[in-house]
Ligand binder design. Structure first.
Ligand code: DX5
Ligand code: ZN
Length: 215
């Protein structure tokens, strides 16, 4: 069964604990969008948010670092309770070093790529990662539309994984909802990151039922 990762960027942050409580039976993990106002045109949360979340949930937490210097922050995010760290290919001079560093600290290491970054830029890192996060919107905001040309990228990565027998997971982030979730999973996606699709979805209970059609 695919994993549903809830991006709290789309939650009502004045009531974060209640929001997580409200959706907890429909999700598997929490996705934390860390933005620096430099790599992406928005500012969000730092590691104190993980400390806050850890006061009321044991769910896995993915720290999606949309920052220009991810290496500065990796250790602290893991110490505070992140179980996965996702870094962007576009922000790392020494991607292999950063991936190995995350793994050495006991967290899962994922690499994200923006919509305009070709899959070929990941060729050398694929054997080392726990997963790849394909951005299906330009990073920065929740509630954007899925970019249709990302279907091809997802399917291509799924083929590469199969051809090389890589164990990596495929995650997608942005514009995912009940209308495309099942098709994404059928295309090889293991983790659906969803902001609006979780916190602003009146048909959230339908999501698991939809995904179970792939079993
Ligand atoms: C975008 C973030 C996403 C975003 C997803 O930069 O990385 O995680 O919150 O939101 P939705 O699912 O609403 O597109
Ligand atoms: Zn994200």
């Amino acid at each position: 069964m695919a994993i549903i990762s809830a991006s709290i960027l789309a939650a009502d942050l004045a009531h974060l604990k209640d929001e997580v409580e409200r959706v907890k039976d429909h999700i598997d993990e929490i996705h934390l969008d860390v933005m620096d106002g430099h790599f992406v045109p928005n500012l969000t949360f730092g590691y104190p948010m993980i400390e806050g979340l850890r006061k009321f949930t044991n769910m896995p937490i993915d720290a999606h670092l949309m920052v220009t210097n991810p290496d500065f922050h990796i250790k602290l995010f893991i110490e505070k309770g992140a179980t996965r760290v996702t870094i962007h290919q576009e922000t790392c001079y020494h991607l292999h070093r950063s991936v190995e560093f995350i793994k050495s600290l006991g967290a899962e290491a994922f690499v994200a790529i923006n919509p305009a970054t070709p899959l070929s830029t990941l060729e050398e890192i694929l054997p080392y990662v726990d997963g790849i996060l394909i951005m299906t919107v330009n990073p920065g905001f929740s509630g954007q539309k899925f970019i249709p040309s990302m279907w091809r990228k997802i399917k291509k990565l799924s083929e590469i994984r199969k051809d090389n027998d890589y164990k990596l997971k495929i995650a997608v982030d942005g514009g995912v909802g009940n209308e495309n979730a099942l098709e994404l999973v059928k295309s090889g996606v293991d983790i659906l990151v969803m902001g609006y699709g979780v916190f602003r979805n009146p048909n959230l209970p339908e999501l698991r039922k939809l995904l179970s059609k792939n079993e």
